[in-house]
Design a protein around this ligand. Sequence first.
Ligand SMILES: CC(C)(COP(=O)(O)OP(=O)(O)OC[C@H]1O[C@@H](n2cnc3c(N)ncnc32)[C@H](O)[C@@H]1OP(=O)(O)O)[C@@H](O)C(=O)NCCC(=O)NCCS
Length: 157
Amino acid sequence: MKAKHVADSITEQVHIVMPSHISGTNRLFGGQLLAWIDEVSAVTARRHCEHDVTTAAIDNLQFKAGVYINNLLVLVGRITYVGKTSMEIRVDTYVEDHISGTRNVVNRAYLVLVALDEDENPTEVPRLILETEAEHAEWEAGMRRKQLRSERRRDGY
Ligand SMILES: CC(C)(COP(=O)(O)OP(=O)(O)OC[C@H]1O[C@@H](n2cnc3c(N)ncnc32)[C@H](O)[C@@H]1OP(=O)(O)O)[C@@H](O)C(=O)NCCC(=O)NCCS
C-alpha cells in the first residue's frame, strides 16, 4: 500500500463573506460554513486517497467567534489520521486580516471521510507518513477520537 505525507493533501480555500452568506443575526450562516468545511475536507481526503469519498461523520465542530460581511475567510484542511478505509481530516477556519496577514481561528472541525471504489464500497487508503511532532500528536489524538466515535456508535448516538 502506497504512503503519502500530510503535506501532499493540504487544501486551502478562501472566501470573501458576501450578503448571501449572512444569517438573520448579521453573522455568517453556520450551515454555509459547514458546507465549505465539508467541501475542503472532501478535497483533502480525495487528494490523499485518490478516490471518491463520502463523509461518514462530522464532530467536534466548535464555533469560536462570529464572522461578518466582507471578512476574508480562510479554510485549511489537513489529514490527521487514517484507518483502513477512513481518513480523519481537520479543517481550521480563520478570519484573515489582509493587511497584517494575521489569522484568527473562528472554527475547528474534525471529519471522517471514507474512500469509495467504483462500486461505492469502502476501499483501502494510503498510509500516512508522519514527520513533525504536531503530526504525531494529531495522530495519537485521532486514534483516541476514533475509539470515542466507535463507542458512541455502539451506544446508539
Ligand atoms: C460511511 C459508509 C460508506 C461506511 O460504510 P460501512 O458499510 O459502514 O463500512 P464499514 O463498517 O466497513 O466502515 C468503513 C470505515 O468507515 C468508518 N465509519 C463508518 N461509519 C462511521 C461513522 N459513523 N463515524 C466514523 N467512522 C465511521 C469505519 O470505522 C471504517 O473505518 P476503517 O476502515 O478506517 O477502520 C456508509 O455508512 C455510508 O455510505 N454512509 C452515508 C455517507 C453519506 O452519504 N454521506 C454524505 C452525507 S449527506
